[in-house]
Design a protein around this ligand. Structure first.
Ligand SMILES: [Fe+2]
Ligand SMILES: [Fe+2]
Length: 148
């Protein structure tokens, strides 16, 4: 598995959780559980992706701008998650804000997959693509299973 395939596994997990979140009953314990699961998934992915993918790409002129942009979007997503956490999950604005978060996440994933991965593919070596995948998977697993 290379780094792009490893990241896509996480992206699909986020998409599945986003869909389940929006399909869940407003204010239900199920919705609360799915939200916490999505939050954990997003946070583990962002951190592991920054450490094992964005950092090596900051070193290249061809990918530095996209890397900065991606990290800024992670920050925006974090703030949206933080806001959702502080709002009443049973109130209608929560659903609206959750939809905005899921749209933002999908925008971010698509941009990474369709633009950034192509640029990154040109600057990373074959060996790096494989070793970064291993680094990512180990880092992600550690963060994903860490207690809050
Ligand atoms: Fe990302
Ligand atoms: Fe990603």
């Amino acid at each position: 598995m290379n780094i792009f395939e490893a990241l896509r596994v996480s992206h699909e997990a986020q998409r599945a959780l986003s869909a389940r979140l929006l399909a869940s009953e407003p204010g239900s314990p199920d919705r609360q559980r799915i939200f916490l699961d999505l939050r954990r998934e997003l946070m583990a992915h962002e951190t592991a992706e920054e450490r094992c993918f964005y950092v090596p790409l900051l070193e290249h002129d061809a990918t530095v701008d996209e890397a900065r942009h991606g990290i800024a979007e992670h920050h925006e997503i974090d703030e949206m998650v933080e806001q959702l956490q502080q709002q009443d999950i049973a109130a209608p604005p929560w659903t609206l804000a959750a939809r905005k978060l899921c749209d933002k996440v999908e925008h971010h994933l698509k941009e990474e997959e369709t633009k950034f991965f192509q640029e990154a593919g040109k600057v990373l070596t074959q060996t790096q693509k494989l070793s970064l995948a291993k680094d990512y998977e180990a880092e992600f697993l550690t963060l994903r299973t860490k207690e809050d």
